[in-house]
Design a protein around this ligand. Structure first.
Ligand SMILES: O=C(O)CCC(=O)C(=O)O
Length: 279
């Protein structure tokens, strides 16, 4: 089990509420280590449904791009596919896109937040190592002082993540390294040799809230099954992010609180819904 892991109690699950003490412990772990895991935040049956709908959409997308062979040299790491699934059905369920436990943590850590980035990362069979990286540069290019968290990603594994099938590797504490990693010239591989890393071994039903600055990488999946995680990025509401478009039916199914998180996006008729694509 990853040290940064919490298990929700029956009463937390029933009320969808964290007590002030528990919330404060989770936020402290996020602040100290760069990530926090809740191992039972989502009904596994919903995750199974998300996987089925996601995989159908991903199949169609890959077919439209000539399969994995057609994406060779385009993806970030061999056979690591980044995909924006349609924001419909189970993928768009509030337990996924605005999970109440993840949202409480992020509201506490970042106050008012927004989201425009509903995405998945799939380590396909035959994937290799990605370069070690962080997903966002430092705030305002500040390199001489630590800054508070501004972006967080919520990762939701769609199958159990194991050491054998490509559980993501993370370097706890590295979100506090604020120098200009990219300009420094030393590969993070060289620097990361001096820190211990952890693998995010996770059951279905878990979620991870990760500071986007934390060093991490996708690793090989030598198995036969797609290893997919949702990667939904939230940021403090003052930060600009390219809008996505949300189908009207999905928008209407959301509570006011969820609509507030997605308020900077375009709401479109269902038939006009399109998603971004990297390649
Ligand atoms: O899929 C993973 O385990 C990590 C993916 C990732 O970090 C990325 O594509 O930026």
């Amino acid at each position: 089990m990853i040290p940064a892991t919490f298990t929700l109690t029956d009463s937390e699950l029933a009320s969808c509420q964290l007590s002030a003490d528990r919330l404060s412990s989770m936020c402290r772990v996020l602040r100290d280590t760069g990530f926090v895991v809740i191992e039972n935040a989502i009904d596994p049956r919903l995750v199974t449904q998300v996987k089925a709908e996601h995989d159908t959409a991903l199949d169609g997308y890959l077919a439209s791009r000539g399969g994995l062979a057609g994406l060779a040299d385009k993806t970030f790491g061999t056979n690591h596919v980044g995909f924006f699934p349609p924001i419909v059905g189970a993928v768009a369920a509030e337990e996924i896109v605005a999970n109440p436990f993840a949202i409480q943590i992020m509201h506490s850590a970042m106050a008012d937040i927004r989201c425009s980035f509903i995405h998945t990362n799939t380590a396909c069979p035959g994937s290799g190592y990605q370069p070690i990286h962080r997903d966002t540069p430092t705030l305002f290019g500040i390199h001489n002082a630590p800054t508070p968290i501004v972006h967080a990603v919520v990762n939701i594994p769609l199958i159990p993540f194991t050491l054998e099938n490509g559980a993501t590797e993370v370097w706890p504490g590295t979100h506090w390294i604020v120098d200009d990693c990219e300009a420094d010239g030393a590969l993070l591989e060289e620097r990361a040799r001096f820190f211990p890393s952890q693998r995010t071994v996770l059951p279905v039903g878990a979620l991870v809230v990760r500071d986007l600055r934390m060093w991490h990488r996708g690793v090989p999946n030598p198995g036969t099954e797609l290893r997919t995680m949702m990667a939904i990025v939230y940021q403090r509401a003052f930060v600009h992010e390219e809008a996505c478009n949300i189908p009207q039916t999905t928008w209407d199914s959301w509570s006011e609180d969820t609509q507030k998180i997605f308020r900077f996006n375009d709401i479109v008729p269902d038939e006009s819904h399109t998603q971004r694509a990297w390649y």
